[in-house]
Design a protein. Sequence first.
Length: 250
Amino acid sequence: MRRQRAIGTILLPLLVIGGSGPALAYRPFNGTDAAVAEPGVVELELGPIQYFEAGSTPVLFSPDAVFNYGVGERWEFVLQGRLAHELLPDSQGPNLVDNGVFLKGMLREGSLQDKSGPSIATEFGLLLPATRDDPGTGASLALIVSQRWQALTLHLNAEVAMTRQQHPDTAYSVIVEGPYSWPVRPVAEFFYERDFGGSEIGSGLVGALWQVNDNLAVDFALRGGWIDGVAFKEVRAGVTIGFGVFAARR
């Protein structure tokens, strides 16, 4: 659900010319949180190398990137994609997959914005074609509800979509984090997706987030589950970097 974006390797040099702004990592999850970047603030989520294996087919995703930019009060622009490299002798070369462009907006500010009650957001946009295997265009609409307490933070995601193959699709995610005050906090996610064209995915993820400082977070997670009855395993690791293009702060 949540974005994989190769465009990050192009945008990385901008870090040396931008100002600073805090980052909230929503790596390494499939889902996301009910929060957006402030106007003029960029959040760049990068997975330099990630390993995925389903059955006997190993794949490296390098890079896996998400670009978030605050475009106005309570709104951000999101661009995503990841470059897949099949580790097989007959591989046809890299394939840019899971591409999308989205808008994410706050419907209600709450505990993630230091206010009372749940934070509620929506995200919607286009699922763009892959460079080789998936030529169609789809669309998605998601509702995100987040609540932070002293002992834990909870994020609930529900999404409906029309896939690139023009099939209806639904996906659900529950993210649980340890105490936000801890510099390194344990995290977990439970994810389920059903493509009504015939595909089904279920998975669980465990990992940790290290908030190095206001502008840098590091993540690591192990994910496992099944796709249409075939077991898979995945290793996710990366960073989230925040910086202000126009000296804005998150």
